[in-house]
Design a protein around this ligand. Structure first.
Ligand SMILES: O=C[C@H](O)[C@H](O)[C@H](O)COP(=O)(O)O
Length: 234
């Protein structure tokens, strides 16, 4: 059965994901990202598992864990596998040149950052619509915050210049992360100094983690209508 997608954007995501899945080798510890692009990668790894490739994986969300389990992929934890050989994940924005990222529009940013931080190689898979000159151009910075006192946390985020909205789920209820927290989407507009902003955000009591991924990317696989490109840090 052909898995070619009618949706051209989804097809590009699938191509980037397949290219990255090729980097998973026998015996590796693999970080499984979250989101629609990562889902293509997990599906492909499931296919390779069925063909006999053996590796183990740490998922970045309950959703990815469930998908991996459905293929029989062996899931492990940091307790037994503290270091990940390769983590493959999507992104919402990739900054040209620095390869810094915004992640978390799907709500998985906290676990995603823990997994990326434990990885020897962090490979990002995107279609070319995600590449920007400045982070914050197309999407807000998702910030995971503690439920307790969140309105005060939101005020401090506003004081840094953000337009803040509390994330809701499709049913209009407050979105709850896998960790039981909420997400405040912070629109700063194009961010001139993402390193400085991350530092300021980390200092706010109540902020658990942000969707700014600074200096973590090893490589980006970008799918374009003209084929695949691989970007390394400039
Ligand atoms: O929380 C979600 C993750 O950071 C995703 O990796 C990110 O939102 C990209 O998702 P997608 O591949 O669906 O565009």
């Amino acid at each position: 059965m052909s898995t070619h997608n009618a949706d051209p954007r989804a097809e590009l995501k699938r191509q980037a994901a397949l290219e990255a899945a090729d980097m998973v080798k026998e015996g590796m510890v693999v970080g499984l990202g979250s989101g629609s692009t990562s889902a293509f990668m997990i599906e492909e790894l499931g296919r390779r598992w069925a063909d006999g490739l053996r590796f183990c994986a740490i998922p970045t969300s309950e959703h990815s864990a469930e998908q991996a389990r459905s293929h029989g992929i062996r899931l492990v934890t940091f307790a037994t596998h503290p270091q990940i050989d390769i983590d493959i994940d999507g992104a919402d924005e990739v900054e040209r040149g620095t390869l810094n990222l915004i992640k978390g529009l799907g709500g998985a940013l906290f676990r995603e950052k823990i997994v990326a931080a434990a990885a020897r190689k962090f490979v990002v898979v995107v279609d070319d619509s995600k590449i920007v000159d400045r982070l914050g151009t197309r999407v807000p910075v998702p910030v995971e915050v503690a439920n307790f006192g969140w309105t005060n946390t939101a005020r401090q985020l506003e004081a840094l210049g953000a337009r803040v909205s509390q994330r809701l789920d499709r049913g209009g209820n407050v979105f709850v992360t896998d960790g039981g927290n909420m997400i405040l989407d912070c629109n700063f507009g194009p961010i001139a100094d993402s390193v400085g902003l991350q530092r300021q955000l980390e200092q706010i009591v109540g902020v658990i983690e942000t969707g700014l991924f600074i200096g973590r990317t090893s490589e980006v696989i970008v799918a374009t209508a003209d084929g695949l490109q691989r970007l390394g840090v400039a």
